[in-house]
Design a protein around this ligand. Sequence first.
Ligand code: HEM
Length: 480
Amino acid sequence: ANHDTFRKMGIDTPPTSRILGNFGLSLKYGIFGSQTVFYKQFKDKKVYGWYESRRPILIVKDLDMVKEILVKKFNCFVNRFVTFDTEPPFRDNLFILRGDHWKQVRTLVSPTFSSAKIKTMSSHIERNAKIMLDNLQQKQDSSECVELREYCSYFTLDVIASTAFGLEINTLKDPKNKFVASAKALLNPNPLVYALVLLLPELAKVLSMLGVSVLPQKPLDYLASVVDVAIEERKRDDSGGKINDFLDLLMRAEVDQSHDTEIDAALTRNELTRSEIHAQAIIFIFAGYDTVATVMSFTLFLLAVNPECVKKVQAEIDEQCGKDVPNHETVQGLTYLEMCISESMRLFPPATLLVRECVQDAEIQGIHIPKDMKIFIPVYAIHTDPEQFPEPDKFDPQRFTTENKASRHPYAYLPFGFGPRSCIGMRLAIVEMKIAIAAVLQKLIPVVCSKTVFPLRLSKIQTKADDGLWVKFEKRNEKI
Ligand code: HEM
């Protein structure tokens, strides 16, 4: 491989180094800057090229092209590409599965996320929101500063533990329990191994031959065993199907162990293997723990620095929920809160890029995309393009009124992706965030504190504030 691919295609690239490709630019500008700098530099182009060391990646900026790739010509772009191979129990998860195998599992798992199922699962969310609020009220009593990101992650981890693993844990009270430790070990893999693999994709194969995996195996095996124990318990006391969580629903789709459990590659499969159940439960941690915590914490922080928006959200909560604890039904009416959450995901999307791989040659808006080409859609740069969002750095929930949404390109806002491969947990995530934030704001007011750093400085490698998201909470004078 060399750096000729884009030159031959007649596509521009930033200055490219012989060994690292454009990797040096990623290091220099970070994930946010490297998108926005070149998105602006190639202003009039629909696409530009990028070399992640030697791997060519086509960056697609044009929103009509984005629509074709994600939706209209989805069949040519079914897969994501992965930078390293993985083993069970992680391997068969929805995020990295490919082709027909992905399609089968997505079809089998989708009913788990229907509105009716989300509704039955929201009792777990409401219970955990109450625990969080009680604890925040204690912090308010002692005027303690709270770092929102870490704080919200306790809540979101408890929600995933209860919905995907059948575990009732309380991370706030017991931050060292094994489930928490395992989840954290997975989300913070060895940075050195990770960086090396990104830089030299071929190295991953050598490492895995040597028994070094990018993801630590022990926590993965532990999480799989938690799933097994819960499933066996439910089978024994016949409570399966009654607990109303992901695990129940995945269990119901499980292949009967008394049959042949070989993976049947036929498209007509209508059952999951145990290994596929493990992989989905684990990917729900990856996809649904840090993401939700990120959005919740940035939203609460942005509200703290925009007190007039807090007042509006609180008035809406009083109107829709009265004195009752916000629940699945009453949060449906919290339109303004949802606008604030949307605006927070515009400015600070947990997924800064969408990733696809071309599986058959395609012609998109006059550009030929060859089979195997890797694609990035630069979500963060699109979300902060002043042509779509004037004064892009300003927090302005009004951008998400029905009229304002209708006046933009529908693909200018992509926090959950789009099309058949978009986020399967989107509606669950939105309900979860609305219930939790409403429960907090019904009783408390987030305000800046001595540790607050604003404007924010973003991390170079993930959607995170370098100085943390510090606020404190004041008691609300309830009017009703
Ligand atoms: C605010 C919270 C969340 C955000 C911003 C988010 C964002 C995303 C994005 C951008 C994608 C890729 C979409 C694409 O490529 O078009 C994705 C995929 C996915 N998400 Fe989420 N997500 C969130 C919460 C969740 C939750 C709570 C779950 C499950 C419990 C979840 C499960 C998944 C799965 C399984 C995929 C892969 C889907 C597939 O490839 O078929 N996500 N998410």
